[in-house]
Design a protein around this ligand. Sequence first.
Ligand code: MRU
Length: 346
Amino acid sequence: MAVSTIEWEDGRIKLIDQTLLPNEFKQIYCDDLPTIWEAIKSLRVRGAPAIGIAGALGAVLGIWNSQAESYDEFAAELKSAVDYLATSRPTAVNLFWALDRISRIAEEYKDLAISDLKGVLLSEAQIIIEEDKAMCRAIGQHGMALLNENDTILTHCNAGGLATSDYGTALAVMFSAHDAGKKISVFADETRPLLQGARLTTWELMQAGIDVTLICDNMAAQVMKEGKIQCVIVGADRIAANGDTANKIGTYNVAILAEAHDIPFYVAAPTSTLDYALATGEEIPIEQRSADEVTEGFGKLTAPKGVKVYSPAFDVTPASLVTAIITEKGVARPPYKVSLQALQDT
Ligand code: MRU
């Protein structure tokens, strides 16, 4: 993308406010911790890798104006910023991965003067951004080998440039194939309740000149039955050691439909989304979102006031439904306990 999803600018964080897209393209500034916390919570910045970057930059923002005179005082301020940011959204492991990484670097360079240490932490956050860019490109290269000429791909939610520092994960595969001259088309699920597919994925693909068709979430089975889909590619928020994959609510439905129609179901994610500490997806925390996103999304009441609502933001697709996991280090296939571990060791 020509404009960064999220970046550091003169002591503050600048990000594209994704809640306004596609109606308005606007970058906003976050000057303090509550503002970046709110931006993560309300999905102004969203998508697992971008949430990780927001966490890393947020931790830096939390200590940027610190007046601490000792490392211990500084470390306490950093910990309080990190703990606060960790309460924003629970499912994407990239957030915790990035916060841990910034905390570990602080500890490693604890002997530096506080002013120098701040610079080191900012550099680490910038390195996370650069690494993410490289990982997305590599995911694209590995993934495009799985696509054939004239394939139509179904995707769910948004795993594009907006969900990462640049280029995306699931969409990186499509961008890479398109850039390499392969003719592909995409069906995008609209992705209730917050419409990341309708608002963001179609927007990104149209800008890239990729043929995209929007469908409502409940149309996927019919579209598959009509033979219109050759494979599914989605992103991930957290992948357990056995390959169970948490992604946007509705992904599990799509995986079941893909199996029923004998269509390959691919997950594209950087290794920062792998959580080897969790044996299975049972242990992945699932974020619950507020009722009004379902009953009054985008300002229009679409259900009786006061109706009971249940709104998990993510679901877990069992590894048995995942044909392959495309990472920046290569494509992992079942059994994932073995293949994902092998990736970690490379
Ligand atoms: O609630 P969101 O919009 O943050 O959910 C995003 C997704 O589920 C994405 O598919 C996932 O984070 C991968 S982004 C590369």
